[in-house]
Write a protein that binds this ligand. Structure first.
Ligand code: B1M
Length: 210
């Protein structure tokens, strides 16, 4: 039987063939998508983060680890996005301008879809005007901003101010998340909510929608 540690190791090594195969095996063995994510994939990325910080891994290796993470995410995506409920409305999500980290944002998007929301993914490195364009197109009532860098966190405030300044957007609620964020920071920039992880993002989106 495939093991969570094998999946974590494949991600750390950046072996996207193995990460995909092990995730497939775990799912075939009846392990839930959430368990595959929380017990195999996330611990793998945590090690990558620690090694990167300690200069034991460098950007090219982190990039191939991210590719291996995405390969496993592709396997669990259909399970995470399977939904009993539908029609909860649209949520626009994106990583703020200057920031290219998309793994957490993508997980939040998958979980939201699984929670019955229609997700409009604006991508990475998203400027304020692009969020507003996507909100207008989709008529979404919730906007989700992700940031992984302390240097791009202030970009969230710019987006919040731009959305609040737009008269057509007064009913849009904004939630923020990402590893360097805190509830205090979210409050200080005028966000309507903060979620520390992807599953709490779904609870928060439900609250904001009501
Ligand atoms: Co970067 N990077 N990185 N990186 N990278 C970090 C973030 C860093 C903490 C690493 C470190 O030093 N330990 C550090 C930031 C330090 C800081 O700001 N204080 C860092 C740095 C410095 C950089 C560069 C500047 C490096 C350089 O060029 N010298 C550079 C910046 C590029 C840019 O964005 N402009 C850079 C580049 C990269 C790669 C491209 C190589 C790659 C990204 C690949 C990709 O995303 N496609 C990368 C990676 C992979 C990381 C680490 C190792 C892992 C991030 C990740 O995917 N985690 C990261 C170290 C770490 O975080 N420990 C690091 C797994 C993911 C599931 O977690 O994204 O936190 P996370 O998402 C969680 C929650 O935060 C939350 O839910 C998710 C699931 O539970 N969440 C939300 C996220 N968004 C949310 C939104 C919500 C709600 C919840 O509502 C809307």
């Amino acid at each position: 039987m495939a093991k969570h540690q094998d999946l974590a190791d494949a991600i750390i090594k950046g072996d996207n063939t193995s990460s995909k195969e092990i995730a497939e095996k775990l799912v075939a063995d009846g392990v839930s998508a959430t368990e595959v994510l929380n017990e195999g994939m996330m611990p793998g990325m945590e090690v990558v983060g620690r090694k990167f910080k300690a200069n034991e891994m460098y950007i090219p290796e982190v990039l191939i680890a991210a590719r291996a993470m995405h390969a496993a995410m592709d396997i669990i995506k259909p399970l995470l996005t399977e939904t009993g409920e539908e029609g909860k409305g649209s949520v626009v999500i994106g990583t703020v301008q200057g920031d290219l980290h998309d793994i957490g944002k993508n997980l939040v998007g998958m979980m939201l879809e699984g929670g019955g929301f229609t997700v409009v993914d604006a991508g990475v490195d998203v400027p304020p005007e692009k969020y507003i364009e996507e909100l207008k197109k989709s008529k979404a009532k919730v906007l989700g901003l992700s940031a992984l860098l302390t240097t791009t966190m202030p970009g969230m405030k710019e987006v919040i101010e731009a959305v609040k300044a737009d008269s057509g957007m007064s009913n849009v609620k904004i939630m923020v998340g990402g590893a360097p964020l805190t509830q205090e920071y979210a409050d200080s920039i005028g966000a309507d909510g903060y979620a520390p992880d992807a599953s709490s993002a779904v609870d928060l989106a439900n609250d904001l929608m009501n």
